[in-house]
Design a protein around this ligand. Structure first.
Ligand code: TXA
Ligand code: MG
Length: 317
């Protein structure tokens, strides 16, 4: 059931059930982060392997001290600047966080999401919320309540509807190694914005087998219809427009039927492109077409995180 009642969501969560909740990035599949039973249900509903740990959502930065044993200076500065917001901090975990939540890893991923309904829900509950994106493992993340309903509607008792997600890309994940900040997943907070606060940061290379942050798994965010990245002018010229879908940054293609193409932002605005990306992929994936062609954006600002998702969507399965 889809609804807007924080109270209903809270009742289900207190009973140990999982519900979908809105955040500014993507919708989350939420459960009591301190309950092994609720955590196990999240993995099961999402069909997610238990080696892929969950982000823990908290109401405010003060709560970090309940769940982490250390809150380094740089982490505190980032939290002060960007929480609530699309930033996840990897910090050494306290014992109260079950190993199931972190897949046995020594750190816990913490984030204060920036959505009024979910912040109010978190303030009401006596526990934090573990929440991965509310999509079946490996598919495109949901940015509306309807996206969640389409895929998980019959598996969960409630979807808290907070409208379309404003950011549209998952949070940027930052950890700390010997005082140095490391980006584990590019996301809705740009590297430039982070560096403006704490100086130069290091970006982790992708690893597909034992990922430090499995959002880094290579084939992820993947539509069912094959997606090819390249030069759109060339790809459009070489292929049958009837069976082709186009995902472009700014430009419209007159040869391709209007309903088979999505322009992410005609003005070239990265935030708008990010906000629309996942819904665009879902839409194109629903069409009776043979292939989706997409182009990379410039490697700057949120263009980097968008390109990361496009490359994974295009990865060979
Ligand atoms: O914006 C977001 O981050 C959304 C919303 C719902 O908050 N959540 C999200 O969760 O994207 P998920 O599960 O799709 O991705 C979480 C990523 C995964 O790649 C996970 O492995 C990594 O964070 N992660 C979580 N806990 C970790 C830990 N303890 N150590 C290393 N990586 C961790
Ligand atoms: Mg995900």
């Amino acid at each position: 059931m889809i609804g807007t009642s924080i109270e209903t969501a809270a009742v289900h969560l207190q009973a140990g059930e999982v519900v979908a909740v809105p955040t500014e990035t993507v919708y989350g599949l939420a459960g009591n982060a301190l309950s092994e039973k609720a955590l196990a249900t999240i993995f099961e509903v999402k069909n997610r392997p238990q080696f892929d740990p969950l982000i823990v959502h908290i109401a405010n930065a003060e709560e970090v001290n309940h769940y982490a044993t250390d809150f380094p200076d740089k982490a505190q500065q980032l939290a002060a600047h960007f929480w609530p917001g699309p930033l996840t901090l990897l910090l050494p975990k306290q014992d109260i966080i079950p190993d199931l939540c972190t897949s046995g890893l020594p750190r816990v991923a913490l984030r204060v999401p920036n959505h009024p309904l979910t912040l109010e829900l978190l303030q009401k509950l006596p526990f934090p919320l573990a929440a991965p994106s509310a999509n079946p493992f490996g598919y495109i993340s949901p940015t509306t309540a309807q996206h969640v309903a389409d895929q998980l509607g019959d598996k969960i008792p409630y979807i808290l509807d907070g409208g379309a997600c404003r950011v549209g890309l998952e949070s940027t994940i930052v950890g700390f190694e010997g005082g140095e900040a490391v980006i584990y997943r590019k996301g809705g907070l740009s590297v430039e914005a982070i560096e403006a606060v704490i100086g130069k940061v290091r970006a982790m290379q992708h690893s597909s087998s034992q990922p430090a942050a499995p959002g880094m798994l290579k084939s992820h965010y993947a539509p069912r219809i094959p997606l090819i990245l390249g030069n759109l002018d060339e790809l459009v010229a070489q292929n049958d427009p009837k069976t082709t879908g186009i995902l472009s940054f700014k430009k419209k293609f007159l040869q391709i039927p209007d309903n088979q193409q999505v322009v992410l932002s005609s003005t070239g605005d990265y935030a708008e492109a990010a906000q629309r990306l996942f819904a665009a992929l879902r839409y194109l994936d629903s069409l009776p077409i043979r292939i989706i062609f997409a182009e990379l954006l410039p490697e700057e600002s949120l263009g980097r995180a968008i390109n990361d998702r496009l490359r994974r969507a295009a990865a060979v399965r």
